[in-house]
Design a protein around this ligand. Sequence first.
Ligand code: ZN
Length: 427
Amino acid sequence: MGMWASLDAMWEMPAEKRIFGAVLLFSWTVYLWETFLAQRQRRIYKTTTHVPPELGQIMDSETFEKSRLYQLDKSTFSFWSGLYSEIEGTLILLFGGIPYLWRVSGRFCGHAGFGPEYEITQSLVFLLLATLFSALTGLPWSLYNTFVIEEKHGFNQQTLGFFMKDAVKKFIVTQCILLPVSSLLLYIIKIGGDYFFIYAWLFTLVVSLVLVTIYADYIAPLFDKFTPLPEGKLKQEIEVMAKSIDFPLTKVYVVEGSKRSSHSNAYFYGFFKNKRIVLFDTLLEEYSVLNKDILEEPGMEPRKDGEGDSEEIKAKVKNKKQGCKNEEVLAVLGHELGHWKLGHTVKNIIISQVLSFCLTVLSRRFEFQADAFAKKLGKAKDLYSALIKLNKDNLGFPVSDWLFSMWHYSHPPLLERLQALENSKQD
Ligand SMILES: [Zn+2]
């Protein structure tokens, strides 16, 4: 009588209904709470139709309105996609979708005539089918999000071909990691004896550390192009700043984020003495291919689907002067390096075990501290304007319901960050 027999028996257990009841109740409670919060935030998008006076200096009414409509569309989308996945999950539980899939996997393995590793093979087939199912049911939502919503608001840069290729690649890469890792995990559980959970936990810990280590160098480049930042003023200044705070910088990369969307970002990664900085090309005013289109003919617009939406393209190109000046890029990096210098990364890993709400509260504190750090580096003025630009480029909405924002936002609202910076922008 191993755990496999008991796993089989679990589906028939009389307590089954009680467990399902508890799972359903919990899931619907969380769902309804978050829907309630989302509706509060949605009311803000609907009712705040004019730039609040305190924001008059930093946001023009055109950007404000664009951002408002973008956030409204996004909130409608997440309402429907959230409702769909909640109902889908409930139906799967109610109609025994999981035991059904388990039996299907068993029948498949029986036909294929698998030997002593039978249960592990069955689990792998189960896992493969389950992930395939979730990828396929998620696909229409993700298509709609990218090609209707992001497209409508001028963020999408992907073609349908790129998107599909990307999705298939993502699925294959996930399977290549998931299947061997879980078969090893199941094997460890099987031979682990009484202390199987300790070995299993250690194994998962090691695997996640390995994945974190290899992700940026071996997995991310499968999806996006990373090129070293060319020698020049920006690179020099980044190196000088890194050196001034003893940040062990080894490489600066530019990732071609513009192939996907015009949202911008910057981050660092790496262990110990081998840290690297990655800048999205969309963050860099000088570097962004999206800006080059402005100088060239509209015919050069990299759209491959050949649709004659010239009106929309022109509007897109016209607004596309985006990204930050070098000083502002440095200020943003000053903030990011503040996270490192203040030990936030390590602190985050340690407390990631704690409830996500506490994490949100803490990470907002960290944002203020990192801003203050950049301020100490003398970047207050540039960070101030960078934050405004980034908020504009990403169509962030500057007003939020306090309860919604407290629950969800890992970054403090723009206005609060600007006010904190403002206090001593002069020094
Ligand atoms: Zn930050």
